[in-house]
Design a protein around this ligand. Structure first.
Ligand SMILES: [Zn+2]
Length: 440
């Protein structure tokens, strides 16, 4: 994904001390005497995939909640489910989702976690992601003091557990326990610009700035978000963030679909980031990202799966393909997006969004790598390997996932955790939690 390098045929990658130490052809690197050599013949080695927006806690509700508009999906399905989750349920859901992601070649993810959001659970979720071997961020979800918008729209339920100042302090505690240099760090993660308390958004951005982290929130994912915001505040969500000085490289907005032209410019000029979730956008019929305009304006755009109950997979291969197809269909233009661009979003650009020194195979970068076997009928031939990865490959084609030089998936199985035990326990807990929540 280094634009100057492109695809190296008969390539080799050397790794040491958690970082890439050399990249070249096998002949270039033949003089090295590594402690272990992995035979990747018939495979492609690419920078690890970065999932910039998910909610792993949703994993125990996979396959439920179909066919509702977003706010009904939240209030009538997702929040009753979220309220029924115990700490151990959330930990198992995180393990399950992280295993699924790792097996699909994801090396880093951002988990926007808000159920339950007590510090012990937030830290248990971060530990679960790390136990599987992944890198990333848990953005601690916060609703804060109920805003008028939340109250008027029936959104001020049990998730509004603490007033804004208390939520910020709890998040600060979690960030102290998992500071920015942690393998899995904690960031502030206010739920949504439209219905969150404005003071919570300001405090979240300030907390992130002081700690040197990013912060994460849902923003303008449906047409209703900016409409509601305009009625309540006389402006639109991104315009307000900009006016308050809250945009910038640390601002990572999930979705960011329904933006005005001026808002697109604001996101771009400030170097803010958007986590684009093309599968979830289609699942909820939420809208189509202004991908070309945002990138042309200077925005950082990464790809996300979104929650396991709003996508149903943690597979960025599917997201790469859909990121291209949805743009083409929406614009009725086969040149509207390109497979090479989708691969950049899922790797290099996602790493930029998370502030991780990965996403490119180059000496000195973190050794987060994905190895995809190309020796299957649906991957034969592969004249253009990048197009093959985006259109033909799927998560199950991943042979090996490497994070910081450590093999966390080998021959398609996680090396650090007992996948079968996690699946069995997740299934038991899933049945119990959906019964408790009354959503089946
Ligand atoms: Zn989301």
């Amino acid at each position: 994904m280094d634009p100057s390098a492109g695809v190296i045929e008969d390539g080799a990658v050397a790794v040491g001390g958690g970082r890439v130490t050399a990249v070249g052809t096998a002949i270039d690197l033949a003089g090295l005497t590594p402690s272990r050599t992995v035979d990747c013949r018939g495979a492609v080695v690419l920078p690890g995939l970065v999932d910039t927006h998910t909610h792993l806690y949703q994993g125990l509700a996979r396959s439920l909640g179909e066919g509702r508009p977003l706010w009904s999906w939240l209030t009538d399905f997702m929040w009753p489910y979220a309220a029924a989750l115990t700490r151990e349920d959330a930990r198992l859901a995180a393990l399950l989702g992280a295993v699924e992601a790792a097996r699909a070649g994801t090396t880093s993810l951002l988990d926007h976690h808000y159920a339950p959001a007590d510090p012990e659970t937030v830290l248990a979720v971060a530990e679960a992601v790390e136990d599987v071997g992944l890198r990333g961020v848990v953005a601690r979800g916060m609703a804060g003091t109920p805003s008028a918008v939340a109250r008027e729209n029936g959104l001020a339920g049990g998730l509004f557990a603490h007033p804004t100042s208390a939520e910020i302090e709890l998040t600060r505690d979690c960030m102290t326990a998992r500071p920015p240099d942690s393998r899995v760090a904690v960031w502030p993660g206010p739920h949504n610009v439209t219905y969150a308390d404005q003071a919570l958004l300001r405090a979240s951005a300030e907390l992130a700035r002081d700690a040197g982290t990013g912060w994460h929130t849902h923003c303008s994912s449906t047409p209703r978000d900016p409409e509601t915001y305009r009625r309540a505040y006389g402006t639109t969500p991104v315009a307000w963030l900009h006016e308050q000085g809250l945009l910038g490289p640390g601002a990572t907005l999930a979705h960011g679909i329904h933006l005005t032209d001026a808002e697109v410019r604001m996101v771009g000029e400030t170097g803010s980031a958007v986590a684009h979730c093309p599968v979830s956008n289609q699942y909820g019929a939420d809208g189509v990202l202004r991908l070309r305009e945002l990138r042309a304006a200077g925005a950082v755009v990464g790809l996300g799966t979104d929650g396991a109950a709003y996508n149903h997979r943690q597979d960025l291969f599917e997201c790469m393909k859909q990121a291209v197809l949805v743009q083409r269909l929406h614009r009725l233009d086969p040149e509207a997006a390109h497979s090479h661009e989708a691969l950049a979003l899922a790797t290099r650009e996602g790493a930029r969004l998370l502030g991780i020194d990965a996403g490119v195979l180059a000496p000195g970068r973190l050794a987060d790598l994905t190895v995809v076997g190309l020796d299957a009928p649906h991957l034969t031939p592969h004249h253009d390997v990048r197009a093959t990865l985006v259109y033909a490959a799927r998560g199950s084609d991943v042979r090996m996932t490497i994070v910081g030089g450590e093999v966390v998936v080998e021959d398609g199985r996680c090396t650090r955790v007992d996948e079968d035990a996690i699946c069995a326990e997740a299934l038991d807990r899933a049945r119990a939690v959906v019964r408790r929540a009354g959503i089946v």
